[in-house]
Design a protein. Structure first.
Length: 336
C-alpha cells in the first residue's frame, strides 16, 4: 500500500522471536547462528518482505560493489565493445555498472559527471572520454574514488589504459613504405582528440625517419563523410598513391572518393585504416587496417580499477595494436 512503512529489522526480530542482533547476523550471512534460528529469521524476512539496507551494508563492508563509467559518446563501434566488456566482466564479479554521459567535452562537465557518480555511491570510476579534456589543473576527481582513464594519462592520481596509438600508426606507414610508396598521405581525426593527434604525429615522424616528404594532412572528424571529402581534396591536388586514414570510417569514405574519380584500390591508390572494425573485412577490396582489441581495453580498465579499489596504486597500461594486411594495399605502379 502507498505510504506503508517498510518493515524494519526490529519487525523481523519480533516476528521471529529473535534479537535484532541475530537478525543482523543473518542478514550479513554470518555463521554464528543456529540453523533453526536462521530458518525462523529467514521465514520472517520473507513473510514481511524485509530487504537489508544496501547502503548500510555498503558502509559496513566498505564497498558498494558498483563501477561508475563516464563517457561522452557511444558513437564509435569500439566504445560500444569496451563498455560491453566492462559491464559483463563487472557483472561476473558481482558489480553493477552505472553510466553517466557528458553533455559536452569540457572540464566543467566532466567535473559535474564525476560529482554525480560519487553521489551515486560507486567504488571505482572509469572515464571513457574519447575527446580531449584539457589537463589545466581544474579537473577534479571525486575524493576517495579510484579512477581509470581510458586514454592517455591526463589526470594526476588516476590510472591510464590505452592502445599504442603511435605504434599502430607507425605500423601502417611502415607497411606502405615497404611496399614501395614514396610517401604516405594522411586523413587525420579531429583536433580535439588525443588519439587522432598521436596517430598524426607518429605518421609524420615515421615518414621523417625514413627521409620521406611529409605532405600536409587532410582534416576529418572520424565520419565516413569527412573521409570522403578529405580524399576528394587529396585526389584533386596531391595525387596520392597511398592514404593512411586515422580510422576505418574515414577510410570507407576515401574508398568512395577514389572510386568516383575512376581510380582503383589498390592498383592506383593503396588505403590503410585504423580501428579494425569487423565491417571493413567486407569492403571491396577488404581494407588493410590497424586492429585494436577493444574487449581487452575494457577488461584491462576494469581490472586496474578494481585493483585500485583494493588498495593498489595507479597504473599506466599500453595495449599493443596489430597490422591486418588485406587487399587494399599493394606495390605502386612503376615499382617492381
Amino acid at each position: 500500500m502507498a505510504g506503508q512503512r517498510a518493515p524494519s529489522q526490529l519487525d523481523v526480530a519480533r516476528l521471529a522471536g529473535a534479537s535484532p542482533q541475530t537478525v543482523s547476523r543473518v542478514a550479513k550471512g554470518e555463521s554464528n547462528v543456529s540453523e533453526a534460528l536462521r530458518a525462523r529469521v529467514m521465514h520472517a524476512m520473507i513473510e514481511l518482505g524485509y530487504r537489508p539496507n544496501a547502503a548500510a551494508r555498503a558502509v559496513r563492508l566498505g564497498a558498494f560493489r558498483a563501477v561508475g563509467v563516464v563517457y561522452n559518446t557511444l558513437g564509435p563501434v569500439g566504445i560500444h565493445r569496451s563498455l560491453e566488456e566492462i559491464s559483463e566482466r563487472a557483472a561476473e564479479r558481482g558489480h553493477a555498472t552505472t553510466l553517466i554521459p557528458l553533455a559536452a567535452s569540457s572540464t566543467r562537465d566532466a567535473n559535474g559527471a564525476f560529482t554525480r557518480l560519487s553521489e551515486m555511491s560507486v567504488d571505482v570510476l572509469i572515464a571513457l572520454i574519447a575527446d580531449q579534456l584539457q589537463a589545466d589543473g581544474s579537473l577534479r576527481l571525486p575524493k576517495g574514488v579510484p579512477a581509470v582513464v581510458i586514454g592517455p594519462p591526463v589526470l594526476p592520481g588516476a590510472s591510464s589504459v590505452d592502445f599504442d596509438q603511435a605504434g599502430g600508426a607507425e605500423l601502417a606507414v611502415t607497411h606502405l613504405l615497404e611496399l614501395g610508396h614514396r610517401t604516405v598521405h594522411h586523413i587525420r581525426g579531429p583536433e580535439n582528440s588525443f588519439s587522432a593527434s598521436a596517430r598524426m604525429l607518429s605518421w609524420a615522424s615515421t615518414l621523417s625517419r625514413h627521409g620521406r616528404r611529409v605532405p600536409p594532412p587532410e582534416r576529418g572528424n572520424w565520419s565516413a563523410a569527412s573521409g570522403y571529402m578529405a580524399a576528394r581534396r587529396l585526389l584533386e591536388v596531391q595525387k596520392p598513391t597511398a592514404i593512411f586514414a586515422a580510422n576505418d570510417q574515414m577510410a570507407l569514405g576515401a574508398y568512395r572518393a577514389i572510386q568516383e574519380a575512376g581510380m582503383r584500390i589498390p592498383e592506383d591508390v593503396s588505403v590503410v585504416g585504423f580501428d579494425g572494425i569487423d565491417e571493413v573485412a567486407m569492403l571491396v577490396p577488404p581494407l588493410t587496417t590497424i586492429a585494436q582489441p577493444w574487449d581487452r581495453l575494457g577488461s584491462e580498465a576494469l581490472r586496474v580499477a578494481l585493483s585500485m579499489g583494493s588498495g593498489a596504486g595507479p597504473e599506466t597500461v599500453i595495449i599493443p595494436t596489430r597490422l591486418v594486411v588485406r587487399h587494399s594495399t599493394s606495390t605502386p605502379k612503376g615499382v617492381s
